[in-house]
Design a protein around this ligand. Sequence first.
Ligand code: ADP
Length: 167
Amino acid sequence: MPNSKNRIAVYPGSFDPPTLGHLDIVFRAAKMFERVLVAVADNPAKKHTFSAQERLEMVRGAIKKVPNAEADVFSGLLVDYLRKKGIQVLIRGLRVVSDMDYEFQLASFNRTLYPDVETVFLMPDERYTYFASSMVKEVARLGASADSFVLPDISKRLKEKFESRRD
Ligand code: ADP
């Protein structure tokens, strides 16, 4: 039984844009924890297609039917955000074995900075294991539909984003 501190989990990421794989992870986490906070990283060092505000809006739209999930934006170190919120559980998605290298590095890094933090890895449904936001953007940039990978609203936004760039 989780103690009171472990009833809330943070699912951090870029979500540029949020995909059906991300959403699948939110569904799974929402079954395990009382609350899931999807935390959109506002990291000026990373080049994003969508602004933090746009990514937050898309995540909010995607999770609106999950009653115990909410979204927020954070900047700076994730562990500082977790400390501020009093949250000690992190969710990350693992698609394929090759994700493990990076994810283990990140989890160890976060644990060193904040020893009380536990990272929980969840596997998405097999239908979502082979794609990442970057590939979905490439599909949209090349003029194809992203409907197989993201919700319809987000597919529309991708289309508009890349159409305006082609002008
Ligand atoms: P970051 O830039 O922090 O890696 P992402 O938005 O790319 O942010 O990913 C956030 C988390 O979601 C990561 O743990 C990543 O492995 C996971 N993830 C990304 N795409 C998928 C997917 N298709 N299915 C399941 N998990 C995914």
